[in-house]
Every structure is written in C-alpha cells, then in structure tokens.
Write a protein that binds this ligand. Structure first.
Ligand code: NAP
Length: 264
C-alpha cells in the first residue's frame, strides 16, 4: 500500500544510493558539486538510475572517508530500519537481551551490529551456513533454526525482532519476556489483528509498521560507519545491466546482508 496500490508508484525502484553530487539547487547549503554522498529516498524510490534528485534536508549525508561507494549504498536500508525498530520502538537499553530472527539478512545483520553496539546481548537466528558471519557481527549466541527447537528459548528475551517475517506471531510472543517487546518488519492484516488483541493481557508490547528515513538518524549512523562500529555486509555486486539477475538473487531469500547495483 505504501509503495503503490496495484504496482509501484514510481516505476524506477531502489531506495538507497551513493555517488557524487552533480548539481545543487540555488538555496542548498551544506553540499557542493563533487561531494561524495550516500542516502535514502525511502518509499519515494527512484535510486536505480544514473541520477537521483533529493531535497538537501532529506536523508542524504556526506559519505565518510575510506568507505567505498558500494559499502555506502549498502548502508542506509538495514541500519535505518534497525535503528527505528530497536531504539525508537523497543527503547532498547544496554544490558538487555535481544533475539534477532533472520540475522544474516540486510536488516538482520544491521540489527545484530547495532544492538550489540548499544550494549545488548544478542542472539542471532540463521541457518548453520551463516553462523560464523552472524557471530562476527557481534552476536554472543547463534541459533540454527534448521536444527534447533526455538521453543526451548521461550520467555527469555527483552526484545525479539523478526526481521524477515518468518518467525510466526505466536512464536515471537512466546520468545518475548513478559514486559518485553516483539518487533515485526513484515506484518499483514492478520498480524495487525493479532497486534490489536495483544494489547489486552499479553503483557508484551508488539510493534510493526514502516521504519522511515530521517536525516538526523542517517547522520548519527554515518558517524558509527565512519568510526568502524558499523560495517555493511555485502553479499554480491551486480552491474546495472544484470539487474534482473540481481533481483532474482535478492528475492531468493538466501542473500547475506545486501546486494549492490553498480552504475558506471
Ligand atoms: N517495516 C519496515 O519498515 C521494513 C524496512 C525494511 C525491510 N522490511 C522488510 O523486511 C524484510 C527483510 O528484508 P531484508 O532485505 O533484510 O531480507 P533479506 O536480506 O532478503 O533476508 C535474507 C535472509 O533471510 C534469512 N532467512 C530466510 N528464510 C529464513 C527463515 N525461515 N528463518 C530465518 N531466517 C531466514 C536468510 O538466512 P538463511 O539463509 O541463514 O536462512 C537470509 O540471509 C523484507 O520483507 C522487507 O520488505 C520492512
């Protein structure tokens, strides 16, 4: 609904970009032609193009020195989502326990890094082939959902974050402590009905919705990128001519972190 009713409102997809400023409007302050930048257009999309036009006050910041354009393009989507859900919706605090379900995806990998940088103890859930990756991102514990029974972790976590929409509403609620928060990046109408019912007596807060992209948040995150606290995970880079293959791979459900399109 947010992206368009029957088809995308903007036929040029793509929500993140990095590159060099080609031109600035007459009233723009803070950016000059030639500046290296990164940013997000969010649901306005349009980033799978050679040029993107964005308001200077929107989510666009200078690309930190030493960060490649590929890493910069792989940056906003996952971390802006992680920040919105973990800091703003769950009010995550140092010392809390977090379960990140889908910990090897774009949002999942960013969430593992961000939550551990905030002082939380992170349990990442992924398939066995991604265990080492998820551990290297800062997860104290890694659970292989293909071989381990998730129900034995019931009621253990202050925050449970289903980043891929595969955990199931009841499982997510069971894993969350009473007084804790269950977060969903993917929620359909049945989930929203359950979220409504959960307000009465479940003892847990449930939060879903759109993350959005605020300039101040991107500035905050870019500082963490610059200092090396956050490191975007890139699975594969494709030239724009191979965009169909890039989308097929991206939609396989198996990508690790991000897929980047290069336009030379
Ligand atoms: N609400 C919002 O504002 C918002 C913002 C951003 C994204 N989203 C949504 O969030 C979702 C995630 O996006 P994404 O790009 O982060 O996903 P993604 O990168 O495509 O996720 C891929 C990962 O999912 C894991 N996975 C696949 N099946 C799984 C299962 N059954 N259990 C656990 N993990 C599984 C895979 O790990 P294994 O190979 O190890 O299984 C893979 O690493 C998308 O649907 C997106 O639309 C919502």
């Amino acid at each position: 609904m947010a992206l368009g009713f029957a088809r995308p409102r903007n036929p040029v997809l793509g929500v993140d970009f990095s590159g060099v400023v080609e031109a600035v409007g007459p009233k723009v302050e803070g950016f000059e032609v030639g500046d290296p930048v990164l940013g997000s257009t969010g649901i306005r999309m349009g980033c799978h193009a050679e040029f993107v036009r964005v308001p200077a006050r929107s989510a666009i910041v200078r690309k930190p020195e030493g960060i490649s354009y590929e890493s910069a393009a792989a940056f906003p989507f996952g971390y802006l989502t992680a920040l919105s859900f973990l800091r703003d919706q769950a009010k995550l605090r140092s010392g809390q326990s977090v379960l990140v379900y889908g910990a090897s995806g774009a949002v999942g990998a960013a969430s593992v890094q961000l939550a551990s940088s905030m002082g939380a103890t992170v349990t990442g859930v992924c398939s066995g082939r991604n265990s080492e990756l998820v551990r290297s991102l800062g997860a104290a514990n890694v659970v292989d959902y293909q071989t381990q029974d998730m129900s034995r972790f019931e009621g253990r976590y202050d925050v449970v974050f289903d980043t891929v929409g595969k955990l199931g509403f009841e499982n997510g609620m069971n894993l969350t402590k009473r007084g804790g928060t269950f977060l969903l990046t993917v929620a359909g109408i049945p989930d929203y009905l359950k979220i409504g019912r959960s307000k009465f007596g479940s003892g847990r807060r449930v939060s879903a919705g759109m993350a959005g992209e605020k300039k101040a948040d991107l500035e905050y995150l870019a500082n963490l990128l610059s200092s090396g606290v956050l490191k975007p995970v890139i699975d594969r880079c494709f030239p724009i001519d191979d965009i169909v293959a890039a989308y097929e791979y991206s939609e396989s459900g198996r990508k690790r972190g991000n897929v980047v399109l290069s336009i030379s």
